[in-house]
Design a binder for this molecule. Structure first.
Ligand SMILES: Nc1ncnc2c1ncn2[C@@H]1O[C@H](COP(=O)(O)OP(=O)(O)OP(=O)(O)O)[C@@H](O)[C@H]1O
Length: 322
């Protein structure tokens, strides 16, 4: 039977007894074979906990999950056979060289000595560590360690790859090298990829589909295009001299642009728009026409914080029908 490279998650929950923390709350989603899926969320959102449940390292306290067609609780060893995992901060012996560590991993997977050697050469080449192969891991830079971690996850050519924040703390060139390799694996080998990240840009560039997770709950799911359409691709931020001006401007702009597109935080107004440059001029013209003085105005792309603000606001507008 062909191995099914999918992930199915239904009403998954995890409450840690310590501190009674509800790290994951009733999360459901599915990832198709060959899909590149990203879990995007801030610190403490529940990303690592979800990855640990799906990779059979910890048990959920509610709900169910199947990875590669196997239940993570009832058939953990079958799940492990088909997955590769790169977790945050894995502890390894710093005296080993990069080549030795990959060979060791290959031995664990039952490769012959010769095949393990061959595989190490192939993987070191893929992650561009051939020149550092004989150096001790203890002397590797952060970026080199991440690339070595990625090589380790690829030893058994996994059907599904789990990557927990694979590029956090990396400089742009190392980040790009990892992105390129992940894209290649997904496109050429059809590897299903489940990646967690705090970087909107990373999820946007790589993933076919993104779920945004906050406080253990999925707050939005869609293709990058769908999410951006929901959020607006640009932000116009206006600051006013007084709260009164900002409140007056809020009323006028909500009327013009729609209630859910305008968010006020005291003297600051954030307006989510589709075509920033054009709409910025329009906003300034409208407020000018009403005699409201703007202190500063700024056009930018939304950050993860802006997205959360928008999604939470949308939910409030929906509930209270502003
Ligand atoms: N072993 C544990 N015991 C108690 N609480 C935990 C444990 N592991 C995680 N938590 C808590 O669960 C919540 C979710 O943590 P998790 O590590 O899954 O978040 P995350 O989205 O991966 O964050 P980060 O981006 O910082 O890695 C946090 O409030 C965290 O403090």
């Amino acid at each position: 039977m062909a191995v099914n490279g999918s992930i199915e998650v239904k009403n998954l929950s995890k409450t840690f007894k310590k501190g009674n923390v509800k790290a994951v709350r009733d999360v459901s989603f599915s990832v198709k074979e060959g899909e590149f899926f990203a879990f995007l969320g801030p610190n403490g959102a529940g990303k690592s906990t979800t990855v640990q449940i799906l990779t059979t390292l910890i048990n959920a306290t509610g709900g169910e999950a199947a990875v590669a067609g196997h239940d993570v609780i009832r058939e953990p060893e079958k799940v492990r056979r088909y997955i590769g995992v790169a977790l945050q901060e894995t502890g390894v012996d710093p005296d080993l060289t990069g080549r030795e560590l990959i060979e060791l991993q290959a031995n664990i997977f039952g490769f012959s000595k010769d095949r393990a050697k061959e595989r190490a050469v192939e993987l070191l080449e893929i992650v561009q560590l051939t020149e550092a192969a004989e150096r001790r891991i203890g002397n590797y830079s952060g970026g080199m360690r991440r690339r070595l971690d990625l090589a380790l996850t690829l030893v058994n050519e996994p059907k599904i790859l789990f990557l927990d924040e694979p590029t956090t703390g990396l400089d742009p060139s190392n980040r790009m090298a990892i992105w390129k390799e992940l894209q290649r694996l997904n496109e050429e080998k059809g590897t299903t990829i489940f990646l967690t990240t705090q970087y909107l840009e990373e999820a946007d560039s790589l993933a076919h589909r993104i779920s945004i997770i906050n406080h253990g709950e999925i707050v939005a799911t869609g293709t990058p295009k769908e999410l951006k359409a929901q959020i607006g691709s640009d932000l116009v931020t206006l600051r006013f001299i007084s709260d009164g001006d900002s409140e007056a401007a809020e009323g006028i702009l909500k009327h013009q642009m729609g209630a859910s597109e305008v968010i006020r935080q005291s003297e600051k107004l954030t307006v989510y728009v589709k075509d920033g440059a054009k709409q910025l001029l329009e906003i300034v013209r409208i407020l000018d026409g009403e005699g409201i003085e703007i202190e500063t105005v700024n056009l930018s792309s939304p950050t993860l914080d802006d997205i959360f603000l928008k999604i939470t606001n949308d939910q409030e507008v929906e509930t209270h029908g502003e």
